[in-house]
Ligand binder design. Structure first.
Ligand SMILES: *Cc1c(COP(=O)(O)O)cnc(C)c1O
Length: 380
């Protein structure tokens, strides 16, 4: 009854005329399909989700312990300054607490950066196939979005430089990029930063930092670069190698003045108590991070030969995912994998309709997913 009445009222109000024009045609972020949703749909017990680059090992038991310990203090507001977490991060990274801005997930830092540094109507520059959060940020901030073309799906820094115009305020670069896995080495990044006017802020999104810096020895030492290029903002997260995606906590490392502005715009209690204590505990457990990196490395060794056997090209990444080129519409294969209880990520919203992004799982999960993919591609 109430529902009927409500829709009658909404018929008389034309919300599409009330909503801001930049929001009216906004395409929301499409997350990986949740396990429980597929379970409801198919009645399957065992579902394997390799769709959101989550840590297949879970998270450190120290983090769970810390969350349990704060479960009796839920009525208290969190520490708005994230004092302990900043202290722990500063020690771990050998920086100052003043360099840090803590976010409710690193993706909440991107709008803060736009709010601080991009006036409406001025430009944000990204590369084609970039992590989709940046274009959403630009639209919500009423900024103009410039997309430079890529080379082999990877960020082409010369093309980025060629697309600089006078009103470009911020550049977002994911290193490595999700979903293409492509990444920039230190030398190329330095060459780029040398060419770039220093009044343009460069956000280096290092969501996969812990994996990438071990896997690739020419991966940039961005903290050192920050000393030379104070226009850099580095973002990292506890969602990937630390396995705390469900708690939402990430951070930016920047010049203290930049951090001061970001912290002015940040909501005072943006990071929950549970997230703060879990992140502190997770930092203590570097052994867990090591294991996560190792299991990821092993998982890739299962996928490479399997994809070669299927004669599939793929974009490798120094992170915890691979992006497979099916050379035909990926949607039926995605659907077929769902029927087999395997969730991966279709990339049509990235304008990559023939690709699927697959997160690296535990050995058994990888085996099942490889089997399902083989079944799907060879049965027709
Ligand atoms: C996963 C991911 C993030 C988001 O991390 P949160 O801290 O969970 O918001 C940011 N950037 C890239 C490139 C990612 O893949």
């Amino acid at each position: 009854m109430i529902q009927q009445n409500l829709s009658e009222i909404t018929m008389s109000i034309q919300f599409e005329k009330l909503v801001n024009a930049n929001i009216a045609n906004l395409q929301p972020y499409i997350p990986g399909k949740p396990i429980e949703e597929l379970q409801r749909e198919l009645g399957l017990d065992k579902i394997i989700k390799l769709a959101s680059n989550e840590n297949p090992l879970g998270s450190s038991p120290l983090a769970s312990q810390a969350v349990r310990a704060c479960a009796d203090e839920l009525s208290i507001y969190p520490d708005g300054s994230c004092y302990n977490l900043k202290l722990a991060l500063a020690k771990h990274l050998q920086i100052q607490a003043e360099n840090l801005t803590i976010g409710n997930g690193s993706d909440t830092l991107f709008p803060l950066i736009a709010q601080c540094f991009v006036p409406a109507g001025q430009s944000i520059l990204i590369s084609e196939y970039s992590f989709i959060s940046y274009s959403l940020t630009a639209k919500i901030a009423q900024a103009n979005l410039i997309q430079a073309p890529t080379k082999d799906y990877g960020c082409d820094l010369q093309a980025m430089l060629d697309h600089i115009q006078a009103d470009v305020r911020v550049i977002f670069i994911a290193n490595p990029n999700n979903p293409t896995g492509t990444w920039l080495c230190e030398r190329k990044l330095i060459e780029f930063l040398n060419e770039l006017p220093q009044n343009i802020i460069v956000v280096l999104d290092e969501a996969y930092y812990e994996y990438a810096c071990i896997q690739e020895n020419t991966y940039p030492n961005s903290l050192e670069l920050l000393q030379l290029y104070p226009n850099l903002i580095i973002t990292r997260t506890f969602s990937k190698a630390y396995g705390l995606a469900g708690l939402r906590v990430g951070y930016a490392i920047s010049h203290p003045e930049v951090a001061d502005y970001l912290n002015r715009v940040r909501k005072p209690f943006n990071v929950s108590s549970a997230a703060q204590v879990a992140a502190c505990a997770a930092l203590e457990d570097q052994e867990f991070v090591k294991q996560s990196i190792e299991i990821n490395k092993q998982g890739k060794q299962q996928w490479y030969p399997a994809l070669e056997k299927l004669e599939l090209n793929y974009l490798d990444s120094p992170g915890n995912f691979l992006t497979v080129d099916l050379q035909r519409d990926a949607k039926p294969v995605y659907q077929d994998l769902l029927q087999q209880g395997v969730i991966v990520r279709p990339l049509a919203n990235y304008n990559m309709p023939q690709h699927l992004r697959i997160s690296i799982g535990l050995p058994e999960e990888n085996s099942i997913a490889i089997q399902a993919l083989t079944q799907s591609l060879t049965s027709k």
